[in-house]
Design a binder for this molecule. Structure first.
Ligand code: PLP
Length: 377
């Protein structure tokens, strides 16, 4: 079977532009003005774009340090990138120090017991294996409290066998640069880590990079911005889109005025409608919450420059679009319509679903045909 034939069996397709991801990384790196290192956060399968492809492309672009969440991701990434520095943000799961060390993976130690377990492991091995230590500056998820952090880094049982390779913390409110918590966290981080001069420091996610030099410290670890997402909600997004989702039109049909569309009969045709039913649904990551009803507008798709609003609920495998006002020759059975991409910003779509573009990207496309290339491929 030719690839064209097998492509034709898919309901939807996901196109990922690795050059655009690399371009976004360069843009963020250039924001550092030549000081400090620009790492990349590639957890959750590189925000849905494919860990192996994306990490290799970023490494080729010059990125040398990568952050993932869980150890399984770190081990997978080690296979892709033998030469990279890899941190696992979720830290040290009990008893896993040997396997992390064996794969040259650095946990971001997020609690006192984790620091103790790692130090004990280093002591037994007679070698200071690299790891970061996470200071909680107010998000109250992972990280040692200030008191624990100071105690740990002044405890000879810990600092004897182990020297951290990175001190880090994480912003809680980066999406809103005006939030006073950003400054509070930055000041606490700078203050508490100051006595450990010589150990590199990292605070900034994507929003932190965009917020400016006082948030940059020695290493930044953007995620969502690499993937075109909107890290700061209150400002225009400087990043370029890297992914496009298209779904195939299965049928085009009419709905008489007064009839309803979809499960629950939640949307009524207020005039005679022409609708297109496309082959993507919530099982493909098209979040159900973005559906439409008589009470609340839903998201939209784009067909050759025309907006096609969603009609009714999003089903597991399909979505109905209002194409009444779109020229008929553009709405053909078998054609692909853009569900997300350069003309349908993930952040826009996310607003309809009362979520953020991070959730859209990381939910995408287990059933889509996935291809790498320019978005107009
Ligand atoms: C996910 C994550 C990042 C990347 O955040 P973005 O907002 O996607 O840039 C950085 N640091 C930590 C600790 C994270 O969990």
């Amino acid at each position: 079977m030719q690839s064209g034939d097998s492509d034709s069996l898919f309901g939807g397709r996901l196109t990922i532009d690795l050059d655009a991801i690399a371009g976004n990384w360069r843009l963020l790196r250039d924001r550092l003005g030549g000081t400090g290192e620009c790492a990349a956060t590639v957890k959750a399968d590189a925000y849905g774009t494919g860990l192996d492809h994306t990490a290799k492309r970023l490494f080729a672009e010059g990125c040398r340090t990568f952050f993932v969440a869980v150890p399984t991701e770190a081990v997978a990434l080690r296979t892709s990138l033998p030469g990279a520095t890899i941190y696992a943000l979720d830290g040290l799961f009990p008893g896993t120090a040997p396997i992390l060390a064996e794969n040259d993976i650095r946990p971001v130690l997020g609690s006192y017991p984790e620091v103790q377990e790692w130090a004990a492991f280093c002591k037994t091995a007679g070698r200071s294996f690299k790891a970061a230590v996470h200071l909680d500056t107010g998000i109250h998820r992972l990280g040692l409290s200030r008191e624990e952090f100071e105690a740990a880094l002044n405890d000879p049982d810990i600092t004897g066998p182990f020297t951290p390779s990175l001190l880090m913390s994480h912003l809680a409110c980066g999406s809103d640069p005006a939030h006073p918590m950003n400054r509070r966290q930055r000041e606490l981080f700078a203050h508490v880590t100051a006595p450990f001069a010589g150990i590199p420091r990292s605070l900034a996610n994507s929003a932190g990079v965009l917020m400016g030099p006082e948030f940059h410290f020695d290493l930044v670890r953007p995620g969502i911005s690499l993937f075109g997402g909107q890290a700061i909600e209150t400002e225009p997004n400087p990043m370029q889109p890297v992914a496009k989702v298209e779904a195939r039109i299965m049928i085009v049909r009419s709905v008489p005025e007064g009839d309803t569309i979809g499960y629950g009969a939640k949307q009524t045709a207020t005039r005679p409608l022409r609708n297109a039913v496309v082959a993507a649904g919530y099982a493909d990551g098209m979040l159900r919450r973005a559906g439409s009803s008589d009470d609340r507008p839903g998201g939209y798709a784009m067909i050759e420059g025309h907006k096609a609003p969603l009609l009714g609920r999003i089903s597991m495998d399909m979505i109905t679009l209002d194409v009444t006002d779109i020229p008929e020759h553009l709405v053909r059975r078998g054609a692909f319509v853009e569900m997300m991409g350069p003309n349908v910003a993930a952040a826009d779509l996310a607003a309809y679903a009362e979520t953020i573009d991070y959730e859209y990207l990381t939910s995408l496309g287990r059933r889509f045909h996935r291809r790498y290339g320019p978005l107009n491929l």
